[in-house]
Design a protein around this ligand. Structure first.
Ligand code: B12
Ligand code: SF4
Length: 474
């Protein structure tokens, strides 16, 4: 059987926000995970349209498409074009799970929720010509899952080819997050077996890993065993966590000892009222500065995530947030305009209140205002968001934020990392165009290699850092 897996990109709407480097950072793993369920004599291809031109004139036996909210229209068009030629098309992923009725007319089979239980069932049905129209996931487990088909990923097209995901979902329930909508009807947070995760890490070449997990520290027992197992592996890695997990016990020290060098942290808002109203309980009453200090002492860089537009945000929120992030030495920041994804509690609330202004999913990219705002106008929100990015990444603020670190090497690393990420777009574009991006990883690693920090200096050691630039969403 010949199976083509496609991750469509938001190509038609490539506007001022299209940053090729953001989409060439690391390979997403959904389709390579599903491809693991094929048989050895099946032929398969994965095409990630973010990094390569799609071929749509071929004739595979089966087309499998992953649908996010912002690629949904593009995904439907691609699906329609294959179906017109009689080719069987599967659609699945976050957006299909949120809005199955919208997706159905574009597919022969749709999939609700994660694919580890439904996709192998479908493949059996398809082979015996008994495929159903809808598959719904209920059994959630990563035990015994086949190897991710990394051989189908074109590693050369990504800066950091070693992405890895060792869990699904998250233990928390923030109102604006996709995760409860996606994992409805079953477990919404589960991990691989530690030994399987370690074996997968062992198989990855090079040193650097990028964990795509929503919350790598979400299961303390699992994470402690994982980091323990990674200690001798000489790895460096990046991942994501919540503030409370950084503050609890000594898990974060274990992570740093295992090679954690940069962490995506969901601060989201400095307003307690916003935290309460969006059910982000795990951040309530938590000392953000203490968490930052702890990471800084370990030499771990921070990518802070912030959401603008919650109901307790006022016109001063942008300046306050940027000043706070700079004063606390946050290395990189990801700002979002609040976006009510269909299927979330936030969306249901906004819909009930008549506040959804558009259902053009292309605009649900966290850069546009798609709902009726409260204490700031839509225009203030949009302009404030754009300004926050500009201000945070001004050279003077990059410099100022870098000065907040005690260890001089951490300072230099901060400047190189933040500057490299946002200030050399033309260089990134050139490297991508000439397909040299991946070749630069060792050079970049060398530039930022040594990270001395208090924790390690105390024990008279130094550790190596890494440069892989990050912009992950949680
Ligand atoms: C890698 C990643 C990116 C990368 C690359 C993505 C890309 N090339 O498109 C970058 C950094 C560029 C990125 C950008 C964005 N991202 Co992003 N990203 C991720 C991340 C961290 C990992 C994805 C992954 O590989 N997961 C691991 C695999 C195993 O899981 P999976 O992809 O969900 O696949 C499983 C199921 O979905 C299912 N499945 C999927 N497709 C199909 C198809 C079929 C037929 C079947 C059977 C099953 C199936 O089976 C798979 C195995 O279980 C996720 C968070 C996460 N933990 O998933 C966010 C996430 C997908 N991103 C998100 C968002 C919001 C964005 C942005 C809009 C943010 C922004 N402001 O820029 C952009 C736009 C991206 C786009 N093109 O639409 C949201 C999506 C919300 C939504 N409702 O769509 C997520 C969920 C983060 C979050 N917590 O909110 N992202
Ligand atoms: S926003 Fe982050 S912490 Fe909250 S539920 Fe989603 S993944 Fe978990």
């Amino acid at each position: 059987m010949r199976v083509k897996f496609i991750l469509p990109a938001l190509t038609e709407a490539r506007g001022p926000y299209w940053r090729p480097i953001k989409y060439s950072l690391f390979p997403p793993l959904g389709l390579a995970t599903l491809a693991g369920y094929l048989q050895v004599d099946d032929e398969a291809w994965i095409q990630d349209e973010h990094v390569e031109e799609l071929r749509l004139d071929d004739r595979p036996d089966l087309v499998v498409i992953q649908v996010y909210i912002t690629n949904a229209y593009r995904a439907y068009r691609i699906a329609d074009s294959y179906r017109k030629r009689g080719i069987f098309v599967c659609l699945g992923g976050l957006h299909v799970t949120s809005l199955p009725e919208e997706a159905k007319p574009h597919a022969d089979a749709i999939f609700i929720g994660p694919g580890e239980d439904t996709f192998p069932k479908f493949l059996d049905d398809f082979r015996s010509k008994k495929a159903k129209e809808v598959y719904v996931s209920f059994e959630r487990s990563l035990a015994g899952m086949p190897k991710v088909r990394r051989d189908l990923i074109n590693r050369r097209l990504y800066l950091v080819p070693n992405s890895i995901v060792v869990s699904r979902g998250c233990p928390h329930h923030c109102d604006f997050c996709y995760k409860d909508a996606f994992f409805q009807g079953g477990k919404s947070f589960y991990t691989q077996l530690v030994d399987d995760a370690l074996a997968e890490i062992e198989r990855l070449p090079g040193r650097h890993l990028y964990f795509l997990d929503d919350h790598l520290l979400g299961n303390a027992k699992f994470a402690a065993a994982l980091f323990e197992g990674m200690r001798g592996m000489n790895r460096v890695f990046q991942g994501a966590s919540t503030v409370d997990a950084i503050l609890r016990g000594n898990l974060i020290e274990k992570a740093a000892e295992a090679g954690l060098r940069s962490l995506f942290v969901g601060f989201e808002t400095l307003s307690e009222e916003n935290l309460r109203s969006s059910n982000k309980k795990q951040n309530l009453g938590k000392d953000y500065q203490k968490a930052i200090q702890r990471l800084d002492n370990l030499g771990v860089m921070i990518n802070g995530s912030f959401v603008f537009g919650l109901d307790d945000d006022h016109p001063d929120v942008f300046k306050t947030t940027v000043d706070w992030a700079v004063a606390n030495g946050i290395t990189t920041a990801t700002f979002h305009i609040l976006t009510p994804y269909p299927g979330t509690r936030l969306y249901a609330d906004m819909e009930r209140q008549g506040r959804i202004k558009t259902r053009n999913w292309d605009l649900y990219d966290t850069r546009h205002v798609v709902y009726e705002t409260r204490n700031l106008s839509a225009d203030e929100l949009k302009r404030g968001y754009d300004r926050a990015y500009r201000d945070f990444y001004s050279w003077s603020n990059i410099f100022k934020a870098g000065l907040q670190h005690e260890a001089p090497k951490h300072m230099f690393k901060h400047w190189a990392y933040a500057g490299g990420w946002k200030k050399f777009e033309a260089v990134w574009n050139f490297l991508i165009k000439t397909k040299q991006l991946n070749n630069t990883l060792p050079v970049l690693e060398a530039v930022l290699s040594k990270v001395c920090n208090r924790h390690k200096e105390n024990s008279d050691q130094s550790v190596e850092g890494t440069v892989a630039l990050h912009e992950q969403t949680t």
